[in-house]
Design a protein around this ligand. Structure first.
Ligand code: NAP
Length: 250
């Protein structure tokens, strides 16, 4: 894709699942990639090795992005590694599903901090250098659940809807500096995050999805690569659903 070769990308939560797919795709497009992870050091290293084996450049950096200081350190170390950050993908995320009446405060806080506060933490840390270089592509991985809601996921839906408001507001702030801010809203993608879902619910979701299949990390990564490319330089504040049409059925 146009304009990606030689760019520096920081992908949060890139050790597994969708983030891993995004890191690999951006590397294929010629980006140097910072593979952020929290707990899965071996998996993150495996992503780095895979990128290197294909002739690319990557480093793994551990940081819990829900923590403001850790996010600052992550960005500092990323800048030390590659000198700049052109593309930031806020992908790290988690769930703690429960009906609201039974939802523990700690589960509300964990999900909001991991999914939403992390966007504030990492973006704020990376933004200054993007402003200075007058170039940036920020892509936030939200969810169709942030658009449509989902029983048992009020914490997750609130975090993902919050990411959409964050995306649109920041797009207005930084557009004049040639920085675009967009969101990608995946539908159902089988990853570690969704393994707990009952078989019946998965069947129902696929049946409701007009293209009649689950998504893959590669489907989501393709949308991210497009939004990061020069072909998307006139797109900002947009939420791109990559869901096989699922959200239309909600
Ligand atoms: P996943 O397979 O569970 O992977 C989650 C990733 O996030 C892991 O790499 C994990 O790193 C990282 N992570 C979690 N907490 C972190 C923290 N505090 N600091 C840094 N990294 C952290 O999940 P996924 O399905 O790929 O989801 C990726 C994103 O897509 C999430 O934002 C999710 O909400 C969104 N999404 C997923 C689906 C879906 O159906 N799968 C649908 C819509 C949206 P470690 O393992 O190293 O801790």
């Amino acid at each position: 894709m146009r304009g990606l070769a030689g760019k520096i990308a920081l992908v949060t939560g890139a050790s597994r699942g969708i983030g891993r797919g995004i890191a690999l795709r951006l590397a294929e497009e010629g980006c140097k990639v910072v593979v952020n992870y929290n707990r899965s050091a071996d998996a993150a290293q495996e992503v780095v090795e895979q990128i290197k084996a294909q002739g690319g450049e990557a480093v793994a950096i551990q940081a819990d992005v829900s923590d403001y200081k850790e996010a600052q350190r992550l960005v500092k170390e990323a800048l030390q590694a590659f000198g700049r950050i052109d593309i930031l993908v806020n992908n790290a995320g988690t769930t703690r599903d429960q009906l609201l009446l039974m939802m523990k405060e700690s589960d509300w806080d964990l999900v909001i901090n991991t999914n939403l506060k992390s966007c504030y933490n990492v973006t704020k840390a990376a933004l200054r250098s993007m402003m200075k270089q007058r170039y940036g592509r920020i892509i936030n991985i939200t969810s169709v659940v942030g658009l449509a809601g989902q029983a048992g996921q009020s914490n997750y839906a609130a975090s993902k809807a919050g990411m959409i408001g964050f995306t649109k507001s920041l797009a207005k702030e930084v557009g004049p500096r040639n920085i675009t801010v967009n969101a990608v809203a995946p539908g159902y993608v089988p990853t570690d995050l969704t393994t707990y879902l009952p078989e019946e619910l998965i069947k129902e979701m696929i049946q409701l999805t007009p293209v009649r299949r689950a998504g893959t990390p590669e489907d989501i990564a393709a949308a991210v690569a497009f939004l990061a490319s020069d072909d998307a330089s006139f797109i900002t504040g947009h939420v791109l659903t990559v869901d096989g049409g699922l959200v239309m059925q909600s």
